[in-house]
Design a protein around this ligand. Structure first.
Ligand code: NAP
Length: 537
């Protein structure tokens, strides 16, 4: 415990507890909150200011003021800004990991790697910006001779949608929070960001926000490009979604929270998109040949991934499905051994811990049998690993069994045959990912399963698990509802930028007024679609 106290002291030095609204540090006018160390149950200094609709309004006005100049920054200038954020995040890596560990109960070494990954995402988006392909520059030159009617010059590019409200997530407190992919992709698109900090890690949020804000100032950008607000209860989140100057929202969290914000945004006089990433059980199918050949290996790997981040991960493989037959018992034994050996570990917040316990009860009440529980927790908010099992008939009869339990628990589903496996696959709601473990003799069955999975998931993995996730150009972290509110987009990977872009056509423009990406002679050397063909002319 002594070393945790020392870390608290060290990390507190840099924290003021203010909200960061543009270049202003806004101290508490009224209520404050303190971070909670979930490992000890003790509050941690300093007090953090809580704001409401007034702070949201101030940040939104600044973001709106910043929009025109920021949206028009040159590609190199914007890329350099994103790289500076990455450098500033790297510069506070140790301090950030330590403070975040204190606020989340997650290991500092893991959080240091997460912070490095977050910095890496800003560099990846800098590369995307420099290439300029996100603009989708498209040129249909004038055809004055065309009959029966001449064609006028039409040019199209994508610009940022407007100021974006980003809700920081609780479970990956850096890479899905203040300095996460939502912020990186929105800033890459040219959209100012107003970040709603998650109250589970306020000190960590402040450190990340300070890194971003210092990069805004040192890049000579308008102060409104980035702000961070904080509040208690739903008021601040609702004010963000309602604010007329906010033009899009991103969210990672519960289905109830995501849908409340989504519905609210649709009731505005001018509805706006809410990109909410909410819930997924990431079903993992083991087909018969693979099961017979290496059931134990799959069972062990599944349980290992299920325990990552104390199971508090959107890509946690939560449901393992296989036909009872050769290899099934070995798969179950290996999964039981791995899950049963994990010590209980601190969960992110008391609320998430309590929801985990309720979720475990829900699975048992719905008819799942307990296979193993890990050792008894020693701390109040420690989550104990759990593996349960149910047969296919019961699973099909009880929709509650297919719901997410956020934490270190998973469900094995024992099936009677391929027909039942396909029927169960069809019963799943939208997912972020699904996995198939297959050997060559399974290919015909896999080909029957594949179209079912394609209709329900954003990513299909063969002979591996959704963890660890690559952040790259082909990455999709999305999927049909309820995995997300818009299956056409991803919240992770380079195409996450598309959420914050909208197309504008410039018709009959003199060259002097055209945006650079569309100018005659292609001065930026972009790949452009000219008369329907890609070229750099
Ligand atoms: P959450 O309750 O959905 O909250 C996420 C953020 O949205 C918080 O900042 C919260 O503000 C805000 N919010 C939620 N509902 C709102 C509403 N109706 N109006 C305005 N703001 C609202 O998620 P959480 O606190 O991170 O965790 C709770 C549960 O969510 C977990 O137990 C888990 O089941 C699920 N979860 C799932 C994932 C996933 O990736 N699948 C990730 C994280 C969490 P306040 O904190 O101020 O209420």
């Amino acid at each position: 415990m002594a070393d945790i106290a020392d870390i608290a002291h060290k990390a507190d030095v840099a924290l003021t507890g203010d909200m960061l609204i543009g270049s202003a540090s806004v101290p508490a006018a009224g209520a404050t909150m303190r971070a909670l160390n979930p490992a000890t149950g003790r509050e941690i200094e300093p007090p953090f200011a809580l704001g409401g609709a007034a702070e949201v309004d101030r940040a939104a006005r600044l973001a709106d003021e910043a929009f025109d100049s920021y949206n028009r920054t040159g590609l190199d200038e914007r890329a350099a800004f994103l790289e500076l954020i990455a450098d500033r995040l790297d510069a506070v890596n140790g301090e950030l990991a330590e403070r975040t560990a204190l606020e989340t109960g997650l290991p500092a070494a893991q959080l240091s790697a997460e912070a490095a990954k977050a910095a890496g995402q800003f560099r990846q988006f800098a590369d995307v910006v420099r290439q300029g392909r996100f603009r989708h520059a498209t040129v249909d030159p004038a055809q004055p001779e065309r009959q029966p009617r001449p064609r006028t010059d039409h040019r199209m590019q994508k610009i940022a949608i407007g100021p974006v409200a980003v809700f920081g997530a609780s479970n990956f407190p850096i890479s899905y929070s203040v300095a996460g992919g939502d912020t990186a992709s929105a800033l890459a698109a040219g959209a100012p960001v107003i970040l709603k900090a998650h109250n589970a890690h306020p000190g960590s949020s402040e450190l990340q926000a300070r890194a971003i804000r210092s990069a805004v100032a040192d890049s000579g950008l308008h102060e409104g490009v980035f702000s961070m607000v904080r509040g208690a209860g739903n008021e601040i989140g609702e004010a963000l979604v309602d604010h007329p100057l906010i033009k899009a929202v991103t969210f990672t969290g519960s289905e109830a929270g995501g849908m409340a914000l989504y519905r609210r945004a649709q009731l505005r006089p001018d509805p706006i998109p809410v990109f909410a990433e909410m819930t997924s059980v990431n079903p993992t199918f083991v087909l018969p040949s693979a099961l017979a050949a290496r059931g134990a290996e799959v069972g062990d790997g599944f349980a290992e991934r299920m325990l990552v981040n104390v199971g508090q991960a959107c890509l946690k493989p939560a449901i393992l499905l296989a036909i009872d037959g050769p290899g099934y018992a070995g798969m179950r034994e290996a999964a039981v051994a791995r899950a049963g050996a994990m010590d209980a570990r601190t969960m992110l917040t008391p609320g998430i811990h309590d929801a985990y316990e309720r979720g475990a009860r829900r699975l048992r009440d719905a008819g799942a049998a307990s296979l193993v529980e890990g050792p008894e927790p020693r701390g109040t908010w420690e989550g104990r690993s759990r593996l349960l099992e149910v047969d296919g008939d019961r699973f099909l009869a009880e929709p509650a069994l297919a719901g997410e339990v956020f934490g270190p628990s998973a469900l094995l589903v024992r099936l009677t045959g391929m027909d039942q496996l396909l029927e169960v696959a069809r019963s799943f709601r939208g997912q972020l990912s699904a996995a198939m473990h297959i050997d060559e003799p399974d290919h015909a069955d896999a080909a029957r399963l594949l179209p079912i999975l394609e209709r329900r998931t954003g990513r299909i993995v063969v002979n591996a698990f959704a963890h660890p996730q690559e952040v790259a150009h082909a990455t999709i972290h999305g999927g049909p509802f309820p995995a997300t509110t818009d299956s056409r987009f991803t919240s992770v990977g380079m195409t996450a930028i598309d959420r914050f872009l909208r197309p504008v056509t410039y018709q009959g423009f003199p060259d002097a007024l055209l945006p650079e990406a569309l100018s005659a002679g292609n001065p930026l050397g972009l790949w452009r679609l000219t008369d329907g063909y890609l070229s750099r002319d």
